[in-house]
Write a protein that binds this ligand. Sequence first.
Ligand SMILES: Cc1ncc(C[n+]2csc(CCOP(=O)(O)OP(=O)(O)O)c2C)c(N)n1
Ligand SMILES: [Mg+2]
Length: 548
Amino acid sequence: MKTYDMIARAVVQEGVSDAFALLGDANMNFATRLSETGCRMIYVRHEHCAAAAAMAYARKTGRTGFATVTCGPGLTQLMTALPAAVRARLPMVVLAGEAPLKSGWYNQAIDQAPFVVATGSAYHALHLPERMPLQIRDAFAQAARERRPVVLGIPCDLQNRDWIGPDTLPMPSAAIAPVVSPMPPHPDDIARAADIVAGSRRVVLMAGMGAVEAGAGPACRALAERIDALVSTTLPARGLFHDDPFNLNVAGGFSHEVARECFAEADLVIAVGGSLARHNADGGALWPGARVLQIDIDPAALSQGRLAADAHLRADARLGVEALIAALPARTPEWRSAALAARIATASPDSTAFAHETGLHDPREVVQTLEAALPAEWQMVNSSGHCSFYVAHMPSRPHEKFLTIREFGAIGNGISFAMGVAVAQSDETVVLFDGDGSLLMHVQELETIARHGLNILIVVLNDGAYGSEIHKLRAEGLSDEGAVFGRTDLAAVARGFGIGGETVADLAALPDMIRNFARSGGAAVWDVPVSDKVYSPVIARAHPPKGH
Ligand SMILES: Cc1ncc(C[n+]2csc(CCOP(=O)(O)OP(=O)(O)O)c2C)c(N)n1
Ligand SMILES: [Mg+2]
C-alpha cells in the first residue's frame, strides 16, 4: 500500500462522495485512488472552478465540500475562490499537493501557506506520513467547526512512499463532534426583546441564512402574523417566505420599490439569523428610522464597519423567535392590509422608463417571462454583475430551489456554482442566470458540463459588455470603451462545446423552449440579447448621471 492509498481512505471515511478535481503530479495518484473507491469525480478545466463548485455543493448539501488540486500553479489558481468561501462561511477541505521535499529545486515550488492564509483559509502542511490520516480527519473537523476552507499541502514524494503506519484509520470527525442542541434564549433577553417589540409600531422581520439553517421560517412567519409585521430576507436567504403575501423579498440594495417604501416606514427591524452585512442594510439607507433587534447565536455590535443592531437576543433563530411569540400579545392587523398585499403581489422591481433599441430586450421583461414559464421545481442559481439585480426578483422561487454566493463580489463563478448544485442535486434541473462577461470568464467549464452530462440550462443576459462598469463609467461622463466588447455569439460557442445553444430573439418563444428543454434534459446556453440602455436602481442611486 502507498501513502496515497491511505490518504484516499482517510478522505472517503470523512463521507466525501463527490470530489471536484484537476490533476497534476502532486494529486493524480491520490485522486485516481479516490475515484476507485466509488467517489464521484468531477474533473474540471480550471482549479478555481473546482473550489467554487465545492462551495456551492457545501451550501446546497450542508456538508463539507471537497476539491483537489496540484501544487504550485494548481494552488495559486484558487486565490479568488477561497476568500469567497471564507466570506460565505462555507466549510471545505482542499487537498493540494506540495512540491517534493526530496528535490533541491522544483519548478512548481512556491511557498503555498502565505497564499492560502491571506485568503482567510487555514493551511496545514502534512509532512509526516504516519500522521496524515489523523491530520485529514482533523482538517474536516476544523472546516466544519470554523466554517471555512482548510487546505492540506502534501508533498508528492511523500504521497508516493510505501505506507509504513498502521492500516487502521482514526475515528471520523463526525463521530467525535460535540453533540449539542439548539441554543435556547435567556429569559432576561426575551423580556428585553419583548419590550422593544412592544414599543414599536411598524415592524419588518428580516431572515438570513441562520434562520434558514435553524428551520426558523415557519416561526418567523408566525411571529410576523402575531405582531402585524412584514417579512423579508437577506439575498442569500431569498425565497424563505416566497408564498407569504407580506413578503418584501430581498432586503438591501436589491430591494424592490414597494420594499424600500415599507422599510422607510419601519420603526423596528427584527433581524433573525443574519450578520447584518452592509449590502443587506444598503449601507444603512434602507431603514433610516428603524431600530434593529438582532436574534442570532453570535450577536455582534459591529458588522462590516457599521453599528448594525441596537439590541440583541442571543439564541438559536427558531427558539428565539418562538420564545418571542410566547412573550408577545397578538396585534390587530393594520400594516398587513389587503391593499398592501395587492401592491406587493404586483410590485415591479423598478418601474423606471427607458428608451431602448428594437431587437434587444429589456432585462425586466426577460425576467418576467422566465418567472412565469420556468418550472418551480428547477434549481435556480443566480450569478453576478449588473443583471443580477433583475434575476433576484423572481418571487415565486422557494429558498430550497435557490442559490447565490457573492460575499466576495467576484464575477465568473456562476458556471461553477451551477455545477456544484447539479452535483449536489443530481436528479434535478439547474437553471443558471449569468452575465456574458461572467460566463466568458470561465466558459471552458461548458466542456466539463458536457462531458459529465450535467443537467444545466444557462440563461445569459447578454448586453455585450461589463454592464456594471459601463453604467458607472457613463454616469461619470467617462468613455466606456474598456468595458464594451460586443455580443459574443454564445449560442455558437455552446454548440462548439457539444451542448445546446440558442439565441433568444423573441421572448414569446421561451415557454416552448423551456417545455422542450424539460423533456430533453441535458445542457444548453440560451443567449438573450439585452439592451445596455436599461440600468438598475442600484446603479441609479449610487451613480446619479452627471449633468442631470
Ligand atoms: C473577478 C472580478 N473581476 C472584475 C470584477 C468587476 N466587475 C463587476 S461586475 C462586472 C461586469 C460583469 O459583466 P457581466 O457578467 O456581463 O454582467 P453585466 O454586468 O453585464 O450584467 C465586472 C467586470 C469583479 N467583480 N470580479
Ligand atoms: Mg454583460
